[in-house]
Design a protein around this ligand. Structure first.
Ligand SMILES: *[C@@H]1O[C@H](CO)[C@@H](O)[C@H](O)[C@H]1NC(C)=O
Ligand SMILES: *[C@@H]1O[C@H](CO)[C@@H](O)[C@H](O)[C@H]1NC(C)=O
Ligand SMILES: *[C@@H]1O[C@H](CO)[C@@H](O)[C@H](O)[C@H]1NC(C)=O
Ligand SMILES: *[C@@H]1O[C@H](CO)[C@@H](O)[C@H](O)[C@H]1NC(C)=O
Ligand SMILES: *[C@@H]1O[C@H](CO)[C@@H](O)[C@H](O)[C@H]1NC(C)=O
Ligand SMILES: *[C@@H]1O[C@H](CO)[C@@H](O)[C@H](O)[C@H]1NC(C)=O
Ligand SMILES: *[C@@H]1O[C@H](CO)[C@@H](O)[C@H](O)[C@H]1NC(C)=O
Ligand SMILES: *[C@@H]1O[C@H](CO)[C@@H](O)[C@H](O)[C@H]1NC(C)=O
Ligand SMILES: *[C@@H]1O[C@H](CO)[C@@H](O)[C@H](O)[C@H]1NC(C)=O
Length: 410
């Protein structure tokens, strides 16, 4: 994930300015010492420090040992390297800051580990990245995670984590990317997550989250990707989502979300994926609705209860690959497809399209398949059965070299 690239640690960001200037000076000096020495100066500062910070920190070591103690399955014997003959900075999966020897990354991806997450993990106060993707961690994420004030990436996808999303995560204000996809999380999305103003990626696909999407998420002004597909969410799409100017990926499909799509969302000009497939969304998309999404690649609203005409502006989206409008109550004509050269999946079935005059599966479309179909050079699937089409199949359908399936019957 590109947004998980981590910025260099800024040392002084952590100092509480409430402490006395002298104490702050001593502490700063002691932590800066290795760097200053490396530049060949100010050896005097050594006198101002008591303990040698370069040896690392016992709190981190304790936290890692507690983490290890909660590992119940380790068939690859990864944790054997976590022993006293090696400094913890050399243990598999552990990365430390070069100078201060504090744990900055804990990365144990796809290593067949099982176990629960020790609350001690919240003591790794210099941690910037926690990546346990693709293991079998279970039980809940401890609230102590809120102690990770420098955490930027929390990647726990593909585990068996249950319980609720800890609300204390909102204290990890540096978070850029959170991905807990494919777990068994329950409960509601904590409203406090709206405080994570640096967040770019929030992924909770395939969990068991319930309740509504908190409107506070509309305050995540940096948000680029929001993935909530396949949960048990209800309620509406918050009006405030129209403020997410940088949003490029929006997927809430396979939930039970109702209400309408806030009109302001159609102005989110960075959207590439807009996916609300299989919900209970209602309302009308007017034919003159201005969908101002020039980068749109995937537009899926299938299997909802949307009525009215298909917006013409949608057919101006020249990068569109997939257009799924099937299983709604759209009526009227299908606008011209001629600009959609990148389209390979067009699904219009099970609507009230056409008027028995002209304009595809189970609609009322009659007349001929238009010659212009030959312009859709990337089309792979065309389903037109249960309509009232007549006339020959257009000659130029032969230009559709990627067409894999063509269903047609009366
Ligand atoms: C280790 O780090 C913790 C938290 O940052 C701090 O309170 C503690 O004094 C440090 N211990 C040592 C031995 O440096
Ligand atoms: C400690 O870990 C290292 C590295 O994996 C390994 O070579 C060594 O045998 C281990 N020592 C013990 C006592 O397990
Ligand atoms: C670390 O975390 C544990 C559990 O959250 C706590 O009991 C312990 O006192 C903390 N502090 C240190 C320095 O280990
Ligand atoms: C959770 O956050 C609250 C508020 O910051 C704090 O008081 C509490 O100690 C945290 N809980 C844990 C278990 O760290
Ligand atoms: C999770 O597992 C699925 C299926 O095996 C895989 O496609 C996906 O890439 C994995 N996710 C991550 C973040 O590794
Ligand atoms: C969004 O942020 C503003 C300003 O910080 C705050 O007043 C508002 O309550 C927040 N909205 C929600 C829904 O949390
Ligand atoms: C939105 O994205 C632009 C371009 O990447 C970036 O310059 C800007 O800072 C982002 N806005 C927020 C609020 O993150
Ligand atoms: C969409 O953006 C245009 C131009 O910035 C603005 O005039 C219009 O009011 C916006 N529409 C909505 C529904 O926010
Ligand atoms: C489609 O694009 C053309 C040319 O870019 C523009 O003139 C027209 O207004 C657009 N139509 C809609 C409905 O957005």
């Amino acid at each position: 994930m590109s947004t998980a690239t981590l910025v260099p640690l800024h040392w002084r960001a952590c100092w509480n300015l409430g402490t006395s200037a002298l104490l702050a000076w001593v502490l700063t000096a002691s932590f800066l010492r290795p760097r200053l020495q490396a530049r060949g100066g100010l050896n005097l500062l050594r006198l101002a420090t008591a303990s040698p910070v370069v040896r690392g920190n016992d709190t981190d070591r304790q936290a890692l040992l507690q983490f290890k103690a909660k590992i119940t399955g380790d068939p690859l014997k990864i944790m054997e390297s976590w022993n006293s003959s090696l400094h913890f900075c050399q243990w598999i999966g552990v990365t430390c800051g070069r100078k201060h020897r504090r744990v900055t990354k804990l990365k144990l991806r796809i290593l067949k580990l099982s176990g629960s997450l020790s609350p001690y993990i919240g003591n790794l106060s210099f941690l910037r990245e926690l990546d346990l993707v693709g293991n079998s961690f279970y039980n809940q994420i401890p609230q102590e995670i809120g102690g990770l004030r420098r955490l930027e990436a929390l990647h726990l996808a593909n585990n068996s984590i249950s319980g609720e999303i800890p609300s204390n995560l909102s204290a990890c204000s540096k978070l850029i990317s959170v991905d807990m996809t494919n777990n068994q999380l329950t409960g509601e999305i904590p409203s406090l997550l709206g405080l994570l103003s640096n967040l770019k990626v929030l992924g909770f696909f395939h969990n068991r989250l319930i309740g509504s999407i908190p409107p506070s998420l509309g305050n995540l002004s940096s948000l680029e990707k929001l993935g909530l597909r396949n949960n048990e969410l209800s309620g509406i799409i918050p009006e405030a989502f129209g403020q997410l100017r940088n949003l490029s990926f929006f997927s809430i499909s396979e939930n039970a979300i109702s209400g309408i799509v806030p009109v302001s969302m159609f102005n989110l000009s960075n959207i590439k994926t807009f996916d609300i497939v299989v919900n209970k969304i209602q309302g009308t998309l007017h034919s003159d609705l201005e969908i101002n999404m020039p980068h749109l690649e995937f537009f899926g609203v299938a299997a909802n209860q949307i009525s009215g005409k298909i917006p013409i502006s949608l057919f101006n989206a020249t990068y569109l690959n997939v257009l799924e409008l099937n299983g709604n109550r759209f009526n009227g004509n299908v606008p011209s497809l001629e600009k959609l050269e990148k389209l390979y999946d067009l699904e219009l079935s099970q609507n009230f399209l056409g008027h028995g005059r002209e304009g595809i599966y189970n609609n009322k479309i009659s007349g001929r398949i238009p010659e212009g179909i030959g312009n859709l050079i990337n089309l792979e699937l065309l389903v037109v059965f249960k309509n009232q089409l007549s006339g020959p199949i257009p000659f130029n359908i032969g230009r559709l070299q990627k067409l894999k399936e063509f269903f047609r019957s009366q």
